[in-house]
Write a protein that binds this ligand. Structure first.
Ligand code: PXP
Length: 250
């Protein structure tokens, strides 16, 4: 029996468009409510230090208005820890963050930053928040996550999504599969995300030990053409189809 695969819809880029004009439209909370109707299992939002998309009041409104679990992505800073502890979302995903990057370019160096991260994992966990670490699909990063006491990891699928020639795509997929299998053996719940689209989601969705995908930029961009409901429903259908397939889809 295949394990269910959850879809977390990241609504950051609804806020990106809103912020381009400074007014309230389009509202990421409205997008979150619509995502729930379209089949999302959770909502993900990244509160960045520079507030380039999601802003503090969005987090308050999401916590009040959505019926789905909120996965709040934050950098490991004092400011973000305080915000997370104040709101107590269902989950917090700790991500690396550099001001000058366009998006979250790489995984967290959980191994190199073990001493810094420990207190964040402990305090968030003690507050009843499910903590995940956004890491590259490398065994040493998984080992570091377990040694920090994080119950969940999210594997960064950016290198897979960016790979162009078939051999590189296969190599990245093999890496994700191996990391997801290893996560299970050491007792970590495994999520994945970044750069997933209609054309590349199925092989990742078919990895049996991955139980959640977090997808944002493509869904919001595709919504320009087909509507948010349509883009989420299509992603959901592809994930479900991949999950039911006997072997890795190509
Ligand atoms: N997961 C994490 C931890 C992220 O930081 C992001 C976005 O930066 C995503 C998933 C979603 O990536 P995308 O917007 O490319 O779908």
């Amino acid at each position: 029996m295949n394990r269910p695969l959850r879809l977390g819809v990241n609504i950051d880029h609804v806020a990106t468009v809103r912020n381009a004009r400074g007014g309230p439209h389009p509202d990421p909370v409205r997008a979150a409510l619509l995502a729930a109707e379209a089949g999302a299992d959770g909502i993900t939002a990244h509160l960045r230090e520079d507030r380039r998309h999601i802003i503090d009041s969005d987090i308050s409104r999401l916590m009040e208005q959505i019926g789905l679990p909120l996965n709040l992505e934050i950098a490991a800073t004092e400011e973000m820890l305080a915000i997370a502890l104040r709101h107590r979302p269902h989950a917090v995903c700790i991500v690396p963050e550099r001001r000058e990057e366009r998006t979250t370019e790489g995984g967290l160096d959980a191994m190199g930053q073990r001493d810094h991260l420990r207190r964040y994992v402990e305090e968030l966990g003690a507050a009843g928040i499910r903590v995940s670490l956004f890491i590259a699909p490398d065994p040493e990063q998984l080992d570091a996550a377990i040694s920090l006491g994080a119950p969940v990891v999210e594997l960064h699928t950016g290198s897979y999504a960016d790979a162009e020639d078939p051999a590189a795509v296969k190599a990245e997929l093999d890496r994700l599969e191996a990391a997801a299998a290893y996560a299970e053996t050491i007792g970590l719940e495994c999520h994945a995300g970044h750069g997933l689209r209609f054309d590349n989601v199925m092989p990742v969705a078919s990895i049996p030990t991955v139980v959640e995908l977090n997808i944002g930029h493509f869904l919001i961009g595709e919504a320009i053409f087909t509507g948010l409901d349509g883009s989420i429903r299509q992603m959901r259908a592809l994930m479900d189809r991949a999950r039911m397939a006997e072997s890795r889809p190509v």
